[in-house]
Design a protein around this ligand. Structure first.
Ligand SMILES: [Zn+2]
Length: 186
């Protein structure tokens, strides 16, 4: 929901220093990191589900009935709750950094570093987002750090020089217009 809002039509109003085009947002690292964050969050949730069911099964197999089955699950749950909170925090940092990367591309090194580090840390508590979150987060974080504003801009010539007499595009260092022959201001 936050990502939707940030990438909405309000963007040009926030960033007034530079003209914003779709090419100036680190889209690829943002998407990779966003997906990584989601997988890390899933990775933090899933072990609890598995541990819960294993705990119940373990209790049942001991033949001590439903009551102990639930106790077993509870014990497992207590241990995994800490891990789940840690894993959720890691996933949350990666998601938040991805959103901030998209909202504040100028701080791409900061957010890229956070994505990179916390994707690796997600091995603890979130299974590295099943490995997928880890891999996507490392790639996304590295791409975010390496990202350069305007690197993907199409080769247009908005800063070109034009003849004030005939209006045609001329060489930057031309002293005379190659079309109309008029002398050009320095
Ligand atoms: Zn000219």
């Amino acid at each position: 929901m936050m990502a939707e809002k940030e990438s909405g039509s309000e963007r040009p109003l926030i960033h007034t220093t530079r003209p914003i085009s779709p090419y100036e947002v680190p889209t690829t690292p943002f998407v990779l990191s966003l997906v990584a964050g989601v997988f890390i969050l899933l990775g933090a949730f899933m072990p609890l589900v598995f541990m819960g069911s294993f705990g119940s099964m373990g209790g049942m197999m001991e033949g001590s009935g439903m009551r102990e089955g639930f106790d077993g699950a509870g014990m497992m749950g207590t241990g995994s709750i800490v891990m789940r909170i840690v894993g959720l925090a890691f996933g949350g940092v990666v998601l938040y950094s991805a959103i901030m990367l998209n909202a504040r591309p100028a701080q791409h090194v900061t957010w890229g570093s956070l994505i990179l580090v916390f994707s690796i840390l997600s091995v603890f508590g979130a299974l590295g987002g099943f490995g997928i979150g880890l891999i996507l987060g490392v790639i996304g974080g590295a791409l975010a750090i390496a990202w350069r504003p305007g690197a993907a801009l199409p080769p247009t010539a908005p800063a070109g020089r034009f003849c004030p007499h005939c209006g045609r595009a001329i060489a930057m260092d031309a002293a005379f217009c190659s079309y109309c022959g008029q002398q050009l201001p320095a």
